[in-house]
Design a protein around this ligand. Structure first.
Ligand SMILES: [Fe+2]
Length: 269
């Protein structure tokens, strides 16, 4: 796997320049950066990232949030869910998307810490590999496929699109420091396409979001994060997603084993 696009720094809290500044600078330049060797400790993570931006808390004690830090979303395969499933339960791929937060102005960063990458060794695309995409690459892909379609897709996405909260807003917005003809900000919640398909399956907006989502998946870069890898992305310019995961399988004795994969994610404004 070529991962040269993913800069790697080491977490070295006592050495010279503070790592948060280094990480933030790498993200400002390249849109994405990785810090390896980060401890799987919720308080350390929040304290570290709070030097870059303000962590956004999830409200209402949602089931997925971390018991120690309300700003952390704990992504793992749930035992109860696994018990209701067949063996070899497969959790399909997650299309690339941006932070679930719809705050305006847009939250600046999305971060994730791989606590445990879980089972490895299945064919490529079935080990929960992370997908990361610069949206500019998705737009370039769209245009290369069909310049005529690119025009109406971009037009539809820059106009009002109905979101699950009942408010219409653009999915694509211009950036103050635009860096090229394909450099736009994107707000693509992971449930937006499902919502649109249910509400207005044939509308131009639904088709445009589907095109963007597919182009994002096609242009996505794939990497398997290791335990203690912290990745921070520019939430305007980059989307994130995941390949398939085997959630649970039976061992040789027939006992149900649950994949220990665990990742913490958060959004900073
Ligand atoms: Fe996400």
């Amino acid at each position: 796997m070529n991962t040269q696009w993913l800069t790697t720094h080491r977490f070295e809290p006592r050495q010279g320049e503070p790592s948060p500044a280094k990480l933030a600078r790498a993200v400002a330049q390249r849109g994405v950066a990785r810090l390896s060797g980060f401890p799987s400790d919720a308080t350390t993570l929040i304290r570290f990232l709070a030097q870059i931006g303000q962590p956004i808390e999830y409200y209402g004690g949602s089931v997925g949030s971390h018991p120690e830090q309300a700003a952390l979303w704990r992504v793992r395969y749930e035992v109860e869910a696994a018990e209701r499933q067949e063996t070899h339960a497969l959790d399909g791929p997650l299309s690339v998307h941006s932070s679930q937060s719809l705050l305006d102005p847009r939250p600046r960063y999305f971060g994730m810490l791989m606590v445990d990458p879980g089972w490895q060794g299945d064919p490529v695309g079935f080990n929960g590999e992370s997908l990361l995409v610069p949206w500019s690459a998705a737009f370039r892909h769209l245009e290369a496929q069909s310049p005529a379609d690119f025009a109406w897709v971009l037009d539809a996405l820059e106009g009002p699109v109905s979101f699950p909260d009942g408010i219409s807003r653009p999915v694509v917005y211009s950036l103050q420091d635009q860096r090229g003809p394909h450099d736009f900000g994107v707000r693509l919640k992971s449930d937006l396409l499902t919502h649109l398909t249910r509400e207005s399956p044939t509308s131009q907006q639904t088709q445009a979001v589907e095109r963007l989502s597919r182009a994002g998946d096609s242009a996505a870069l794939r990497t398997q994060l290791s335990a203690h890898d912290l990745v921070l992305v520019d939430n305007d310019r980059w989307g994130h997603g995941r390949e398939s995961v085997t959630g649970a399988r039976r061992d040789q004795r027939g006992n149900l084993r649950v994949n220990p994969r665990e990742l913490w994610s958060l959004t900073l404004r």
